[in-house]
Design a protein around this ligand. Sequence first.
Ligand code: LLP
Length: 448
Amino acid sequence: SSGAVRGADGAVRVADVDVRDLAAAHGTPAYVVDEADLRSRARAYRTAFETACAQVGTGVDVYYAGKALLTRAVARWVHDEGLRVDTASGGELAVALAAGVPGADIGLHGNNKSDDELRAALDAGVGRIIVDSLVEVDRLAALVRAHRGPDGAPAPVMVRVTTGVHAGGHEFISTAHEDQKFGLSLASDGGDSPALTALLRVVERPELHLLGIHSHIGSQILDPSGFAVAAQRVLALRATLHARTGVLVDEVDLGGGYGIAYLPGDVPLDPGRIAKEVAQAVADAARELGTPLPRLSIEPGRAIVGPAGLTLYTVGTVKPVRLDDGRVRTYVSVDGGMSDNIRPALYGAHYHAEVVSRVSDAEPVLARVVGKHCESGDIVVHEVRLPGDVRAGDLLAVAATGAYGRSMASNYNLLTRPPVVAVTAGESRVLVRRETVDDLLALDVRAD
Ligand code: LLP
């Protein structure tokens, strides 16, 4: 985390807490979240977008995408910082509500929401439900009618569209027809596009109130130009809907996806720069189309929580392995692995690790950090230089694991999931406790 500092004795402190004390108090592996760092990232995105949007003459709402990491404390912190919370399931919705986030400040996403999830969202009075298919428009309208009666308040709805823009990493591609499950396509084979058809359907339904149009183009995006293309396409659709129905929707959501630094040399997307480009793209598109500026919303997840988190492991087995080219790779096993961070195995994601419990003068060696699972793909860090005397008992920290680590964790090999520990101004506290074997056994309800 940007709040991590190495002291004279080689031990790293996060928010003024020595990682050796964290390991002693909470055990390893542990997810460590720097509260001040997370809050400052939330603030940075909100203020950057507020400033940039004000400059072009509109407003903005920033939703924190809870899928990256959602605990009650995290929901509270981001809400304190003026963000709303985007949820993608009944579970995420329940945690956001349990944190005290008002329903009006919550959005619900999902390509296959259950009736229970939709009902929970209606009960909570969520600020918006992002519909993802034509059948969902009809299902939601029927639920609203059954739930609130024919004269009840309409449900606030956005329609998720696919613009054909796919971004992530250093480039983006732009196509017409898309072969994926999310949203409704802007592409047309002559008639109305699926996106326009869904918008028309929402406008027709008295049980639904159309707030706006939603687009999410990808994740870990480092080249912002895809957002501008998506903005142009979404605003053009908004203008078409206006021309067809007289309804000019107020809001355009351009989703999340802002890229972060995972490795020491990586350059993250700068909130000020991305905010400016996005606001300008929306303003330009509105001007070209001759339509009023919409209000904007965005949904960053990773960029808020990713760099604010690290994972603390204890080194166990260290094993040198000779490679075909004669080099030696030192396999450093830690007490977690793919169950607490699936991203290297799932996406080939790269991380950086350091020994954080001491200094070492030993020559660095080519190392691979691996977990303790029964799978050779159980890799935590593909390649990193670690001190040649790295040994059992050393504490190892892997940086930038705050997003999609805990939230994608599993119990593979029946490992118990690590705790989420917050550090704030010299103090640590457990946000989510470590699972125990008793927790696992409690779910296993029958022996015969
Ligand atoms: N909004 C929507 C509609 C999304 O689908 C997502 C992410 C976000 C916001 C937040 O995106 P972010 O700002 O965090 O990039 N598990 C993958 C990432 C999956 C992202 C899915 N949608 C990973 O670990 O890289």
